[in-house]
Write a protein that binds this ligand. Structure first.
Ligand SMILES: [Zn+2]
Ligand SMILES: [Zn+2]
Length: 350
């Protein structure tokens, strides 16, 4: 008889049901985790509320997974029963042209987490391919699995500030005060930025963000953020501007608030088909660097994990809510409204 487990199963946009499903069996050469904690990500919210699988339901999402190894295929000695590990959702091949040039995030042979059932469940199985490729990290003793779920959302923000070299004395303007914007703010300050300006249209998100080490917050539904950034920088503009939100209007503003020869990053994707109107003369005459950011390379994934679980990072303050998995719909609501900054779900607790 097939063993059962509880999972949060998506049947369509906004139709998430907590129910019994078959517990995964250990794949040949793979392993199984008992999920200790799984983060709810901005991308999960987008995926769970839209037709993200083009009608191919039911499907289990959840990619910010930390769990305990409970089954290992005979002969595999890389993992030990009882170890708690964080699994980076995508496994890079480390062999293709992009991987070899240091851009694992553009791996052409990537194994994406969406290829297999995810971690909004009591158990999750990983294949031999994952065992071979790694991108799994053992939690040191005493590290809370809930806090370690932040390693994944941290990785792309870590990579971003690393790639654009946020440095001593910089003014960094960040549009979007969700968890990603807050990660970017904290990391910019850690790297020595002098001023961090955080911009959002949602006051409750800004209020949460102001509890972190942010120098200025701007509510862009009340004030023109371009004028405000120029005012705060003596009309110079920000050295680095990061648009971390899905709005084309924000991308347009980002160009206008950058310092001459500054860097503008398009961090967040915008809705498919929407175009941003940009006066390229501003890019040309101001000598701007426009940089699209996506993902993280392998070493950045590892460094982000180390930082997320270190005492230097205010992980406890970022995870504002911890809920049992059965409350996933409540978690979605809390996150959408901005009441929760980041929710961690516990699939094995009632
Ligand atoms: Zn995520
Ligand atoms: Zn590759």
């Amino acid at each position: 008889m097939v063993e059962k487990m509880k999972a949060a199963v998506m049947y369509g946009p906004n139709d998430i049901r907590y129910e019994d499903v078959d517990r995964p069996v250990c794949p040949e050469g793979g392993f199984v985790l008992k999920v200790k904690a799984v983060g709810l990500c901005g991308s999960d919210i987008r995926n769970l509320t839209t037709d993200s699988k083009n009608g191919n339901y039911p499907y289990i999402y959840g990619h910010e997974v930390v769990g305990e190894v409970c089954e290992v295929y005979p002969g595999i000695d890389k993992y030990k029963i009882g170890q708690t590990i964080y699994v980076y959702p995508d496994a890079h091949c480390l062999k293709c042209e992009n991987c070899r040039s240091g851009h694992n995030e553009q791996c052409t042979e990537i194994e994406r987490y969406t290829d297999r059932p995810g971690g909004f469940a009591q158990y999750i199985a990983y294949t031999k391919k994952r065992v071979d490729r790694g991108a799994t990290y053992v939690l040191p003793d005493g590290v809370d699995p809930i806090l370690a779920t932040l390693a994944e959302p941290m990785s792309s923000t870590y990579a971003c500030v690393d790639n654009i070299n946020v440095t001593l004395g910089d003014t960094v303007a960040i549009i979007g005060a969700g968890p990603i914007g807050i990660f970017l703010s904290i990391l910019s300050k850690m790297r020595g930025a002098k001023k961090v300006i955080l911009i959002d249209i949602n006051q409750s998100r800004l209020d949460k963000a102001s509890e972190f080490n942010v120098d200025y917050i701007i509510n862009s539904s009340e004030k023109d953020p371009v004028k405000e950034v120029l005012r705060l920088t003596n009309n110079i503009g920000a050295h680095k501007v990061i648009s971390a939100n899905p709005s084309t209007a924000a991308q347009k503003q980002a160009i206008l608030m950058a310092k001459k020869s500054g860097i503008v990053v398009f961090f967040g994707g915008v809705p498919k088909g929407e175009l941003t109107e940009i006066d390229t003369n501003i890019i040309h005459y101001n000598g701007l660097w426009i940089y699209g950011h996506y993902g993280a390379n392998s070493i950045q994934v590892q460094k982000a994990f180390e930082l997320a679980i270190s005492k230097d990072f205010p992980a406890k303050k970022i995870i504002t809510h911890v809920l049992p998995l059965k409350d996933i719909n409540k978690a979605l609501e809390l996150t959408k409204t901005g009441e929760a900054l980041k929710v961690a779900l516990l699939p094995n607790e009632k």
